[in-house]
Design a protein around this ligand. Structure first.
Ligand code: NAD
Length: 453
């Protein structure tokens, strides 16, 4: 473990906490490889280097520490921000990338792959102690903690965070939350939590829902999750997908992406849903739609992508075939009822990296990556090309927060549609795709109600 002393906020231990600084060279090589597929973010970085829109800003980010995130962190730093980074999932950190950011860029990183619950929250604490004026979340863990502090709900904080907050004076706690001018959120689950906070009237600062940009969820959630989830499952199991029956829980952006890729690999895909519109779309896209209780006895592989709790419950697991495999690619490890499984089944027995065997009713079930995001735990997360657009949104959202903080209400906002479209335009340009433009006659026709009928 490397402990590099840095200057942090009051009460902070002010260190980096990463696995091994000697991994930095490998992290740098892999981050450079990702950068080749991130032309939009690269252009933003070049502009940030010239214009320095984030000068003097302290930014705390809680994101999956991957090669793509490294490119984002360096972009934010190029814009003038003082960046601290912690992991948004205990299993998603790429230790070589963490080392590279510390060694080559002096970015404060608090993340170790496989960290336990206490260490995960100690790292969140360290990011909070950075006393950021902009926070960047993937799952709202930083913002969630800041709100528990603001609302004095210290019992709802994880112990490492709570103990630290208890050492702060009331004025210090107020300054910690009050110092945040705005925040950005990467994923569906985080945005759902933030909208709930706004609805309850407790949101303390404006938040930009990056996930709501079209250049984010149409591509990252669908094509990114679709491909990387399959990649994670295959790397973890070496399963032959062709001919297998794959049950996809949730037909939102992630679910439809994964269903498409599983079908492409030859699986017989079944879909479960709770939303009639999504269920109908799945049916007309050619999938069989059924209830989980009906899918349970026939599936070979079950994958949850709902952002909801207890989607696969013990009663479903009892009905599954011997040898069924369960994986999750939704944000939190709550979609498969692992607590229920622990109480009911024998195990776990680790049979392979990321694969645990449980015995229930004389049958074996295999749970991948402790029910955590399989694409980040067992594979490398989304391809850089798709994260290019997600993180272009993040970088522009940070700039937007700085520009507009005083005008934005304490609510959940989208980045302006023009910026979203600009990202799409730059992405097309970078991939050498030209599209048509409206002729004057077309523009006039589209703006009128009485022409050419
Ligand atoms: N693995 C990744 O890298 C990755 C990337 C992006 C998003 N996510 C996460 O994946 C999850 C889904 O995101 P999304 O953008 O697809 O959301 P979404 O809202 O587009 O889709 C979720 C779908 O799940 C359905 N659903 C809810 N409860 C259900 C249940 N009990 N059974 C069956 N279906 C149910 C909803 O009706 C909805 O159609 C979120 O937690 C999100 O944060 C993960």
């Amino acid at each position: 473990m490397s402990e590099t002393a840095t200057k942090g906020g009051a009460g902070a231990k002010a260190t980096n906490d990463i696995k091994d600084i000697r991994l930095a060279d490998e992290g740098r090589r892999r981050t450079e490889w990702a950068e080749r597929s991130m032309p939009v973010l690269r252009q933003i970085r070049e502009r940030f280097t010239r214009e320095r829109p984030l000068t003097g800003r302290r930014l705390a980010a809680c994101l999956h520490v991957t090669t793509e995130t490294a490119n984002l962190a360096v972009t934010l730093q190029a814009g003038g921000a003082d960046v601290a980074l912690c992991a948004s999932n205990p299993l998603s950190t790429q230790d070589d990338v963490a080392a590279h950011l510390v060694k080559d860029h002096g970015i404060k990183v608090f993340a170790i792959k496989g960290e336990d619950h206490a260490t995960y929250y100690e790292h969140i604490r360290a990011a909070l102690a950075h006393r950021a004026d902009i926070t960047m979340d993937d799952g709202a863990d930083l913002v969630g903690a800041l709100h528990m502090i603001a609302l004095n709900r210290l019992d709802d904080l994880a112990p490492p965070v709570r103990k630290w907050v208890e050492t702060l004076s009331a004025a210090d706690r107020k300054a910690l939350v009050g110092g945040v001018i705005g925040s950005t959120e990467e994923t569906t689950t985080g945005v759902i939590r933030l909208k709930a906070m706004a609805k309850d009237g407790v949101l303390q600062f404006p938040v930009i829902a990056v996930n709501d940009s079209l250049t984010k969820h149409l591509f990252d959630n669908r094509y990114g999750t679709g491909q990387s989830t399959l990649d994670g499952i295959i790397r973890a199991t070496n399963l032959l997908i062709a001919g297998s029956t794959v049950v996809v829980a949730g037909y939102g952006w992630c679910g439809r992406g994964f269903a498409m890729r599983a079908r492409g690999a030859g699986a017989n895909v079944l879909v479960t849903e709770i939303d009639p519109m999504k269920a109908l779309e799945a049916q007309m896209d050619g999938y069989r739609v059924l209830r989980m209780e009906d899918a349970a006895p026939v599936g070979d592989l079950f994958v949850t992508l709902t952002g909801n709790v207890e989607v696969i419950r013990v009663e479903h697991m009892r009905a599954m075939k011997d040898g069924a495999i369960l994986a999750n690619s939704g944000h939190f490890n709550v979609e498969i009822d692992l607590e229920g499984l622990k109480k009911t089944a024998e195990g776990p027995k680790r049979v392979r990296e990321f694969v645990e065997e449980w015995r229930i009713g004389g049958k074996r079930l295999f749970v991948l990556a402790d029910g955590r995001l399989i694409n980040l735990a067992a594979a490398e997360g989304h391809p850089a090309s798709v994260m290019d657009m997600s993180f272009a949104n993040q970088a522009l959202a940070a700039e937007y927060v700085v520009d507009k903080a005083k005008k934005l209400t304490k609510d959940v906002h989208r980045i302006p549609v023009e910026l979203d479209q600009e990202i799409a335009r730059l992405k097309l340009q970078a991939t050498g795709v030209a599209i048509d433009t409206l002729t004057p006659a077309q523009r006039k026709y589209l703006a009128s109600w009485d022409m050419g009928t």
